[in-house]
Design a protein around this ligand. Structure first.
Ligand code: APR
Length: 242
């Protein structure tokens, strides 16, 4: 297996997807037994779906909140946290995952591109999103203390924009000219934008690009290196610190 050489002149941007959490027992979205096989995205992961049936949406996310809360980080998460300890501010982790396992493994420089299962916000007012680990009973709807509007998961749904501040953090890291950029995508099908385009942003600034994935992704051909395998097995052996 090729080694990912990381020295004092290298900065590393990592993008993770559901495949990194799969080995912790959390379902992925696409492919065999994917979440979207038995839950129509339109009904549970769009603003329209929430407006039409907020109880169904809360049931879907409460189940995922309970499932993720019962899982533990795996060796892939721990390897990424170790790389951050070695690289410091020359490391940034942008994750599409909402399960919080990176933080539980010790990662701190994390950009949660798609929000968090364990944060809730008001669907109607600008009240600040707040940490919420409650697994609501089926059929329960929680209302905002300030405006009495419905509360919703603080998750980016299909058709919604990602937080500009998060995208700015990734863009600034890509464009820093002080070190050599390496971009690594792990456990993601490359099916959802803008994350699927990060590899092109990295190539645009001369970065070397790596994909670690159990299967070829939609954008495999955009990467200089493709290591096919499970992230929990590959990541602990991939990096060499020169
Ligand atoms: N190790 C590495 N890769 C794996 C593993 C594993 N153990 N298990 C699965 N994979 C790969 C699959 O081959 C697949 O390509 O992880 C990828 C998961 O792809 P998706 O299920 O599409 O998940 P993801 O890419 O994270 O989806 C992006 O889409 O549904 C939305 O908002 C949701 O954040 C999600 C976004």
């Amino acid at each position: 297996m090729d080694s990912l050489h990381l020295d004092d002149n290298t900065r590393l941007l990592v993008l993770t997807g559901a495949g990194v959490s799969a080995e912790s027992g959390i379902r992925t979205f696409r492919g065999a037994d994917g979440l979207w096989e038995d839950q129509p995205v339109e009904k549970v992961a769009t603003p329209e779906g929430f407006a039409a049936d907020p109880r169904l949406v809360w049931r879907f996310y409460s189940e995922r909140r309970a499932a993720a809360g019962a899982c533990e980080p795996n060796a892939g998460h721990r390897a990424l946290a170790e790389w951050e300890r070695r690289l410091g501010e020359r490391f940034l982790l942008a994750t599409q995952n909402i399960d919080g396992l990176h933080q539980r493994a010790g990662s701190q420089r994390v950009v949660e591109l798609h929000g968090s299962l364990f944060r809730t916000r008001c669907a109607h007012c600008t009240r600040k999103p707040f940490e919420d680990r409650t697994v609501y009973p089926v059929g329960h709807l929680e209302r905002c203390d300030e405006c009495r509007g419905l509360l919703r998961p603080d998750i980016v749904w299909f058709g919604e924009m990602l937080e500009e501040e998060n995208l700015r953090q990734v863009r600034d890291f890509l464009l820093r000219g002080d070190t050599r950029l390496v971009f690594l995508a792990v456990g993601t099908s490359g099916a959802v934008w803008p994350a699927a385009g990060f590899v092109d942003g990295a190539r645009g600034v001369g970065g070397r690009t790596w994909l670690v994935n159990a299967d070829p992704a939609d954008n495999t051909d955009r990467f200089h290196h493709f290591v096919q395998g499970r992230s929990g097995e590959v990541l602990p052996r991939l990096a060499v610190f020169d």
